[in-house]
Each structure stands twice: as structure tokens, then as C-alpha cells.
Design a protein around this ligand. Structure first.
Ligand code: MG
Length: 201
């Protein structure tokens, strides 16, 4: 579908002008065929702009050539506010822990269903995200919430996010800015992204 008139285009496939490295250096991901691809070792990239409540459209593709298994296959991630990971993984006939597959909020919320396409095919995430809010004493006032539609199928339905993504341990909420950049993960796999746009809500 066309990009909505009021959307900010974050990836037009022609440049990385909306992105920088997580450490603030220029983004070093590969740009080819209208997509940007993880350059192994280049590290995560994040948007120059910061966002809170939003509608976010992302198209992504795991490598056509299957290597590895479980979490080692087509792994990347979309970190809303740089903290809350919507997992990107090649979950086509690829078993892993349920809250680590594509469409999961990593280590917190499994997707309602596995809607994955085959490796090498473009897939879509349509995300509706509500940022958490905090009280003056920095305690959480309202937790983050997320709806995710994966390839046209609802996989997260206004689900409550526990807190910032943790690899091990229970996620907790920690105060951060009202708006934060969106980050894309370098997990060492050549995952590609294209046609990313966002509408602030
Ligand atoms: Mg990941």
C-alpha cells in the first residue's frame, strides 16, 4: 500500500539519512536493491528522530539461504523506544522458545500465532505502539502496550509490555525520555529492511 500522506518515511531504500549507529556514528549497514541490510559487526542502528506513541510499518526479509537454527537464523529486532524488542526471526519451520520467535515481544510475550513466510520472502509488521508513562517519582504510571499485525495477521493484540527487554531475568520498567529513537538490531544475520514509515499518534 502507499505510504500515508502524514507518515514520516524512515527507510526509502535510497539512503540511510534517517539512521545512525547506536553509538552515534554514521550508520554502516548495506544499502542495495531498495533495502538496507545488517552488515555483520556494524552494530545496531537507530533513528535520528525520537518517537513515542506511533503506528509503524516495517518490511523485513530473512536471508534466503538458511544457515543456523533457533535464535541463530535470521535474527534481528525492532526496539521500540530503543528498549522494547519486537523480535525479527526466521521462524519458518524453525523451532525456538515461544517468546523468542518472530512476532514475540522478546522473552515476554509469544505471538498469538506463527504467521511467518518462507526465508527470503518479504514480510510485514504493522505495529501500533503506546509508550509507557511515568510518575514524578519515576515509578511507572502506565505500561507500554503493543499491537502487531504480521503479514496481515494479528499476533499481538494491545498486549501489555512488562518492561525493557532483558535477555535473562524479568523485565522491569525504568524511566526514560517521553520520546526515544527506534533501534534495529545487528544479531549477526543479514536481515534486510525496506519501506519503513511511521505515523506519530
Ligand atoms: Mg532479536
Amino acid at each position: 500500500a502507499d505510504v500515508p500522506a502524514d507518515a514520516i518515511v524512515l527507510c526509502n531504500g535510497k539512503d540511510l539519512s534517517e539512521w545512525q549507529s547506536a553509538n552515534g556514528q554514521p550508520a554502516k549497514w548495506k544499502l542495495e536493491d531498495g533495502a538496507m541490510t545488517v552488515a555483520k559487526g556494524a552494530g545496531a542502528i537507530k533513528t535520528k528522530k525520537s518517537f513515542a506513541d506511533c503506528q509503524l510499518h516495517v518490511e523485513w526479509r530473512s536471508p534466503a539461504q538458511v544457515k543456523g537454527q533457533g535464535q541463530g537464523r535470521g535474527n534481528s529486532g525492532i526496539f521500540l523506544m530503543g528498549l522494547y524488542e519486537l523480535q525479527v526471526l526466521d521462524s519458518y519451520k524453525n523451532r525456538t522458545y515461544s517468546n523468542g520467535q518472530a512476532g514475540s515481544i522478546y522473552k515476554q510475550l509469544p505471538p498469538l500465532v506463527n504467521a511467518s513466510r518462507m526465508p527470503g520472502e518479504w514480510q510485514t509488521y504493522d505495529i501500533i505502539f503506546t509508550a509507557p508513562t511515568f510518575n514524578k517519582d519515576s515509578s511507572v504510571k502506565s505500561q507500554a502496550r503493543i499491537t502487531v499485525i504480521h503479514n496481515g495477521v494479528v499476533v499481538q493484540n494491545n498486549a501489555t509490555i512488562w518492561g525493557a527487554t532483558q535477555y535473562i531475568g524479568i523485565a522491569t520498567n525504568q524511566q526514560h525520555n517521553p520520546k526515544e529513537p527506534i533501534m534495529l538490531q545487528d544479531h549477526g544475520d543479514a536481515v534486510s529492511f525496506r519501506n519503513i514509515w511511521i505515523r506519530e499518534l
